[in-house]
Design a protein around this ligand. Structure first.
Ligand SMILES: NC(=O)c1ccc[n+]([C@@H]2O[C@H](COP(=O)([O-])OP(=O)(O)OC[C@H]3O[C@@H](n4cnc5c(N)ncnc54)[C@H](OP(=O)(O)O)[C@@H]3O)[C@@H](O)[C@H]2O)c1
Length: 312
């Protein structure tokens, strides 16, 4: 499933021949428009070829602008990059899927998409308000649509050649299993929070068995401190092997068989996070034995973005 031993060029083949996902991905959850453009450009220049976007991040337009400029200036072909975006919770009704998809494609300036994900398994009241609430501040869910209804609409996008692969995000094994079993086109990718404090071992095992790529977000624990970046096991390994804590965490993610998303905000950090290489086996064992367990992002419990990145 994994090709190439150089992490920087390593890709994972997606099931049903739906393309090859670069293991090192750049995430675009960036609240500022100008910062989105500069960070996306820096990531492309550093060598990142997977760009993870979402309707909910409200910056697909800026990502599209940066990618178009970067591809032109760098002599990089569209086929060399892999673009993911996500359907938001307010668009789960089947008749809303294709319009939401086309709107994302327009903002991203793309004529095909590599991967479309259902952002969370929670359907919100349909409409333009991304965070619909009642007068008491409670989220308004939509009970009139099932996740399988939405999945069928994504399958139809693949049938019509609009996107190459489809998958799910912020989902646990219990919700993934029935979709996997009923799906005509099986999920190619599952995107969830994963790092040494939340290894998602059972889900990873299932994904391995079924040839689904587990795409880890928050591989640096969202940069939270205290968190994995400051864990004594990680800092000791980093000192021993002459790498930074971030490089150790990202290498561990690749070596255990996941693809990853990271969000460096400067050109230096983009190069640091891209230029990673394999850790020795004993270092991997030490990381696998870390006992701390912590989830940083609560989105998986409610469907509401549970986390605002620090400093943004
Ligand atoms: N599906 C979902 O629900 C979901 C949820 C969250 C995220 N995501 C995706 O995952 C992507 C990754 O986001 P993330 O927050 O999870 O990424 P992350 O890489 O775990 O964390 C980013 C944070 O780490 C810091 N950082 C980055 N590189 C560093 C380095 N070399 N050394 C020290 N600190 C470093 C950044 O700090 P500075 O800002 O100071 O550079 C930032 O605060 C997002 O952009 C998004 O595409 C998806």
């Amino acid at each position: 499933m994994i090709e190439s031993s150089d992490f920087r060029t390593k890709r994972m083949s997606l099931n049903h021949g739906a393309g090859r996902l670069p293991v090192l991905g750049f995430g675009t959850l960036i609240s500022d428009a100008a910062a989105t453009i500069s960070a996306t450009r820096d990531a492309l220049e550093a060598g990142f070829r997977h760009f993870d976007c979402a309707e909910r991040y409200r910056n697909e337009r800026e990502v599209g602008e940066a990618l178009q400029a970067g591809l032109g200036a760098g002599g990089i072909a569209r086929e060399d990059i892999f673009v993911t975006t996500k359907l938001w919770n307010t668009n789960h009704r089947p008749e809303r899927v294709e319009p939401a998809f086309e709107a994302s494609m327009n903002r991203l300036r793309l004529d095909y998409l590599d991967l479309y994900l259902i952002h969370t398994p929670f359907a919100f009241q349909p409409g333009d308000e991304q965070d619909p609430r009642d007068q008491n501040g409670n989220v308004l869910y939509d009970r009139g649509v099932t996740l399988l209804d939405t999945w069928r609409a994504l399958e139809s996008l693949v049938d019509h050649g609009k996107c190459r692969a489809i998958g799910l995000s912020d989902i646990g094994l219990n919700e993934l299993l029935p979709i996997y079993e009923s799906a005509r086109i099986k999920p190619a990718v599952v995107q969830v929070e994963a790092h040494p404090y939340l290894p998602e071992t059972e889900l990873l095992e299932f994904c391995r068995e079924k040839c689904i790529v587990l795409l880890a977000f928050a591989p640096l624990g969202h940069g939270m401190r205290p968190g994995p970046l400051e864990d004594p096991v990680i800092t000791a390994i980093a000192a021993r092997v002459g790498k930074t804590s971030a490089q150790v965490l990202l290498a561990w993610a690749v070596q255990r068989g996941t693809a990853l998303l990271t969000t460096p905000m400067t050109a230096d950090r983009a190069r640091e996070n891209f230029n990673i290489s394999a850790l020795p086996e004993d270092a991997l064992d030490e990381i696998n034995h870390i006992q701390t367990r912590q989830r940083f992002n609560e989105v998986v419990k409610t469907g509401s973005p549970g986390f605002i990145p620090q400093g943004r």
